[in-house]
Design a binder for this molecule. Structure first.
Ligand code: GRF
Length: 208
């Protein structure tokens, strides 16, 4: 079994999408080892508790970042986590945390990276005038929104989109993208070549 450690700070809809995929048998060999949050009031914490999953809240307020990350890594280790999934975890990981789980931390970001890293990106993409937006699931490295891309899903931008309507459409794609990315990574059928995530065997008809 691959044990996931899902880390979240907010409403937790991506976590719920992952939990649904496990329940529906779309992620064979995968289970949630622990849901970790830095915020007791997070919607995702309530969702995880109501699913009967192990939850730990380690408040970050007033705690040094390095110290907080150490506590988080310890909790992940205690839960036997193999793959960490950031799902709306609103903190940047320390280098020490990243080094504790090499090529085993995923994040989901609501833009087509490397465009629009950071926060408020759906509104920023709309304002910039992009015609295609989307989401990215990537490995986490020491730089923000930067690691190797596992997969991306796109949505078309409509002329009458608002930041809210575009965010909602991207979120629907996030809920498809995250379980699929977890499936691909936990299958082990890939290698990382430079910055490229390449499936093994490569998809037919795609010359590299
Ligand atoms: C998502 O838009 C995700 O891409 C970003 O934070 C948001 C989390 O939403 N990293 P939720 O808590 O999963 O609903």
């Amino acid at each position: 079994m691959t044990r996931l450690g899902v880390m979240l700070s907010g409403r937790g809809s991506n976590f719920t999408a992952i939990a649904d995929a496990i329940r529906d048998g779309r992620l064979p060999g995968v289970e949630v080892g622990v849901v970790l949050s830095n915020r007791e009031g997070a919607g995702g914490v309530d969702a995880a508790r109501s699913l009967g999953l192990p939850v730990r809240v380690i408040p970050s307020a007033g705690v040094e970042r390095v110290e907080h990350d150490r506590l988080m890594v310890r909790a992940l280790r205690e839960a036997g986590v193999d793959l960490v999934c950031l799902a709306g975890y609103k903190r940047v990981l320390t280098a020490e945390f990243v080094a504790a789980y090499p090529e085993a931390i995923l994040n989901i970001h609501p833009s087509l990276l490397p465009a629009f890293a950071g926060l408020g990106v759906q509104g920023a993409a709309l304002e910039y005038g992009v015609k295609v937006a989307g989401c990215t699931v990537h490995f986490v490295d020491e730089a923000v929104d930067h690691g190797v891309i596992v997969l991306q899903r796109t949505v078309e931008v409509a002329d009458d989109d608002t930041p809210e309507s575009l965010s909602a459409r991207i979120l629907r794609e996030e809920h498809r993208a995250y379980p699929e990315a977890i499936r691909r990574v936990t299958s082990g059928e890939y290698r990382v070549v430079g910055r490229r995530y390449v499936r093994i065997p490569p998809l037919p008809g795609k010359k590299s």
